[in-house]
Design a protein around this ligand. Structure first.
Ligand SMILES: Cc1ncc(C[n+]2csc(CCOP(=O)(O)OP(=O)(O)O)c2C)c(N)n1
Ligand code: SF4
Length: 292
């Protein structure tokens, strides 16, 4: 499909010129186009933040909810519309801070959705406070002496929790990011794609150049099916004088999805909304639960 097919007529994009979000939007549209996913078959879900605005700029069905709470509606949307492609888009603050609890338990639940996280290591929308992935010693007008906590490692956390697909990309490389997003969408089960996204206004340390100098791609012979190897690689980071690896770290094959675990799909795979309500059965069920 053509990228124009995903264009929202009259959309006034509110991101700063030069923001890494533009490249992620471009990579995502290219991935959707290559996979021939029609806007009517796509649901974009987000919370709050600069990243959370992305669904406003792509023609699709969309749900924009609370900060850090997007994965629950995304899970529900997929469970009741199993034939749709569901993509959640969040910022690092939204997903790993406010939504940290939902992040963990969605990994355990394993809905067949793609979770794209724009990781700019800062709170962009609220003008530059530190986020869970801000690097140590990062100074902001709010963390005036610099961040003292260890940064949250989403890749290690996801692998430890047995996530179904775990990858990291860099917004400065549109074609590689597109390829990773395509694989994540095609993967059956929960797929995390953490994308380094320079915030040109509020993070003057982790710039496009900084990410270029501090990342490298996992070798072609990296085996994503070896969990311990993946975990080891996910711990490489500048804190230990290493670079951040990019690419597909881990694939947990054969894990049952959330939808596959639901009894409602055991005998009938048709999506819930397309089924006829059997009022007699429903009445009998309600009656059977009455205590008095
Ligand atoms: C529960 C809650 N806490 C805080 C806020 C205020 N808030 C809105 S956006 C935001 C930070 C967004 O940062 P991030 O998720 O990293 O996304 P970015 O803007 O960098 O893309 C915060 C703290 C909120 N809306 N709701
Ligand atoms: S504040 Fe940062 S993240 Fe937000 S649009 Fe501007 S550059 Fe992008």
């Amino acid at each position: 499909m053509d990228l124009e097919d995903y264009k929202v007529d009259g959309a006034d994009i509110a991101w700063c010129p030069g923001c890494g979000n533009f490249s992620i939007l471009q990579s995502l549209k290219m991935a959707l186009g290559d996979l021939e996913i029609k806007p009517e078959d796509l649901v974009m879900v987000s919370g709050i933040g600069q990243a959370g605005k992305l669904p406003h700029y792509i023609k699709s069905n969309m749900f924009n909810g609370l900060h850090g709470r997007s994965l629950s509606p995304a899970t529900g949307i997929k469970a009741s519309n199993t034939e749709m492609t569901v993509i959640d888009v969040s910022g690092d603050g939204c997903m790993y801070g406010e939504g940290g609890n939902h992040f963990m338990h969605t990994i355990r639940r394993n809905p067949n959705i793609t979770n794209i996280v724009h990781n700019n290591m800062v709170y962009g929308l609220t003008k530059g406070q530190a986020s869970p992935t801000s690097q140590k010693h990062f100074k902001t007008p709010f963390q005036v002496d610099g961040v003292f906590e260890e940064p949250f490692n989403p890749i290690s956390t996801a692998i430890t929790l047995g996530a179904s697909f775990v990858a990291r990309a860099f917004a400065g490389d549109i074609s590689e990011t597109k390829e990773v997003i395509k694989k994540a969408i095609m993967h059956k089960g929960y797929a995390l794609v953490d994308i380094f996204q320079p915030c040109v206004s509020f993070n003057k340390i982790n710039t496009f150049q900084w990410f270029k100098e501090n990342t490298y791609y996992l070798e072609d012979d990296h085996n994503p099916f070896n969990r311990l190897d993946a975990l080891k690689r996910s711990m490489e980071c500048p804190t230990y004088n290493q670079k951040f690896p990019l690419g597909i770290f881990y694939i947990n094959e054969g894990k049952k999805t959330f939808e596959e675990n639901l009894p409602v799909y055991e005998r009938d795979s048709s999506p819930l909304y397309s089924r006829k309500v059997d009022r007699e059965k429903l009445k009998a069920l309600v009656e059977s639960k009455r205590i008095i």
